[in-house]
Ligand binder design. Structure first.
Ligand code: 3HC
Length: 296
């Protein structure tokens, strides 16, 4: 775990789910004061509690001093309305991957955004230019795509839209680096760089499963051992969330019109069944017993 850099800057994070909590944890780790917002204060508080649990694990493994964990956690304030974000230099949106939900959030965030603050979206696939166009000042809007688990993964994709100013791009990149992350600049095209490559691969693994070409375990072992990937594609799909994966592959399909991005029928079935991965205890694996058990 990297050590904190003394800073006094406040940032806002909207969405206290897996990604929002990870962003809040990382920012607090690097000295930022974080306003963690969600629609309901209970959800925001749950996000902070989840961060507390992640930190407790690090403390128990002697990876983080208890006092540092406590100080880190104290820098995170759960909130349910956006007013306390008024002093933030940057607001990062990490809500559900649905465009209408994001538009509503941006409309409200723009009302509390300082004239020199920037608004970033952690969208994994929605065009930045299209979202920017609905904002009062599109030049201060940008994409910042984090990877899960945020405190562990070393990359942030920075995605300027057509109206994003050079200054906003530089400031977002500097913020990303201040979190100890490497930055890649990605074009505002569906999936940006990494998901454009990753998501079709995960979708293809589900086609391979659906075609009966291999078992869940063999497909995962094949990529894990044969390609040296840390997780097999079906384990990773469960980790990302099959609902999120479905949303991204649909965006790729709809925006490019290319049939190679059509969602695998078995992905649709798992989403329809509500078996959307680790966060609900069941996806391609059942996680309820503690040891993942394949569901097919
Ligand atoms: N906060 C801080 N540290 C954490 C943490 C957290 N929330 N969660 C895990 N860690 C740390 C652990 O403490 C551990 O550190 P240590 O080895 O120094 O003790 C380290 O991370 C590894 O954790 P674990 O030992 O629990 O687990 P693994 O060694 O099995 O690694 C993994 C887990 C890092 C998730 C690894 O399996 C991996 O890299 N998987 C691939 C993840 C990936 O591809 N992510 C990208 C998904 S795509 C995406 O996010 C984009 C989106 O738009 C779809």
């Amino acid at each position: 775990m990297g050590s904190g850099v003394a800073q006094t800057t406040t940032i806002g994070v909207i969405g206290a789910g897996q990604m929002g909590s990870g962003i809040a944890q990382t920012a607090a780790q690097f000295g930022y004061s974080v306003m963690l917002a969600d629609v309901d204060i209970k959800i925001a508080e749950k996000g902070k509690a989840n961060i507390g649990q992640a930190l407790a694990r690090l403390v128990s493994k002697d990876r983080l001093p208890a006092a540092e964990a406590e100080a880190l956690l104290a820098r995170i304030t759960p909130i349910a309305d956006y007013a306390p974000m008024i002093g933030a230099d940057i607001i990062v949106e990490a809500a559900t991957e649905r465009e209408e939900i994001k538009h509503r959030i941006f409309e409200n965030a723009a009302k509390v955004l300082n004239p020199d603050a920037i608004l970033a979206s952690n969208t994994s696939s929605i065009p930045i230019t299209r979202m920017a166009a609905r904002l009062p000042d599109p030049s201060r809007f940008i994409g910042m795509h984090f990877f899960n688990p945020v405190p562990v993964m070393g990359l942030i994709e920075v995605i300027p839209g057509l109206p994003t100013s050079k200054e906003t791009t530089e400031r977002a990149s500097a913020f990303a680096r201040s979190l100890g992350k490497a930055v890649v600049l990605a074009g505002d095209e569906p999936g940006f760089i990494v998901n454009r490559i990753l998501v079709p691969m995960l979708n293809e693994a589900i086609f391979v499963l659906g075609a009966g070409m291999g078992s869940i375990e063999d497909i995962d072992a094949g990529c894990r051992i044969g390609l040296n990937h840390p997780m097999g594609p079906l384990t990773l799909a469960d980790f990302v969330g099959l609902d999120t994966l479905f949303e991204i592959i649909k965006v790729l399909h709809e925006t490019t019109g290319d049939s190679k991005y059509r969602p695998a029928p078995l992905l649709v079935k798992y989403v329809e069944a509500g078996w959307i991965g680790r966060k609900v205890g069941r996806g391609f694996y059942d996680y309820t017993s503690g040891t993942p058990v394949p569901t097919r």
